[in-house]
Design a protein around this ligand. Structure first.
Ligand code: 13P
Length: 249
């Protein structure tokens, strides 16, 4: 049985004092869950998040990183830097990074390998645009992102990688993919992982859904056969709302 992983992606939101008060309210609300709970915070909040999450069941993730260990890369943060302060997860290839910051499947692949090299668990985002879905290209786009972004990993690396299926048209729009569409697309992703790494490995990979997940739709999404939890944007900023999502299943 795959575990459900419910991760909040705060994006570019919250200051350190807001981070601390979030955890004070949120941690007691999710202390009994059997799901893995992750908060992916901005760099400047990470250390406060890690301190606030001590002695709780909440894990901390970053939202990006460079693939190199160190060097002349002004403004970048390395995998080792994240690991050294206690970060355990890192979101890679989010559609906002692909769209605004020229992230490609090739850089995603380098980052996935670099994350594993230091023991960070990558949450790798894939997803199609509305135009691609309407023209019947969703399967091709999403499986291609998986093929290129997750290529050449070891069995241990692929089975500790999380994939987040986030249709771009559902992010921050209030439009959620139907639970059937989300489940079907996630099945396509797993089929591609079977082609790449064999069934035994593919069956272990956690694949989340993301895109306008709220307390009102989390249960029906997370109960689908192939949806192993969620990557939650806007609704993860409010402690009570995000706790309801974590506790939905
Ligand atoms: P929303 O939940 O705000 O739609 O964002 C989804 C997302 O992009 C999570 O990474």
């Amino acid at each position: 049985m795959r575990k459900k992983v419910i991760a909040g992606n705060w994006k570019m939101n919250k200051l350190p004092n807001e981070t601390i008060s979030f955890f004070e309210e949120f941690a007691p609300l999710v202390k009994d869950t059997k799901n893995e709970v992750v908060i992916c915070a901005p760099y400047t909040d990470l250390f406060y998040a890690i301190l606030s999450a001590q002695n709780t069941n909440i894990k901390i993730g970053a939202q990006n990183m460079h693939w190199e260990e160190n060097g002349a890369y002004t403004g970048e943060v390395s995998p080792q830097m994240l690991k050294s302060i206690g970060v355990e997860y890192v979101v890679l290839g989010h559609s906002e990074r692909r769209q605004y910051f020229a992230e490609t499947d090739e850089t995603v692949n380098k980052k996935v390998k670099a994350a594993h090299n230091v023991g960070l668990k990558p949450i790798v985002c894939v997803g199609e645009s509305l135009e691609q879905r309407e023209s019947g290209k969703a399967k091709e786009i999403v499986t291609n992102q998986v093929k290129l972004g997750l290529k050449d990993l070891t069995n241990d690396q692929i089975t500790s990688t999380i994939v987040a299926y986030e249709p771009i048209w559902a992010i921050g729009t209030g439009k959620t993919a139907t639970k059937e569409d989300a489940n079907e697309t996630i099945k396509w992703i797993r089929e591609e992982l079977v082609n790449m790494y064999g069934k035994e490995n593919a069956d272990k990979v956690i694949i989340q859904y993301g895109g306008s997940v709220k307390s009102g739709n989390a249960k029906e999404l997370f109960e689908m056969s192939d949806i192993d939890g969620g990557l939650v944007g806007g609704a993860s900023l409010k402690p009570d709302e995000f706790a309801k999502i974590v506790n939905a299943v």
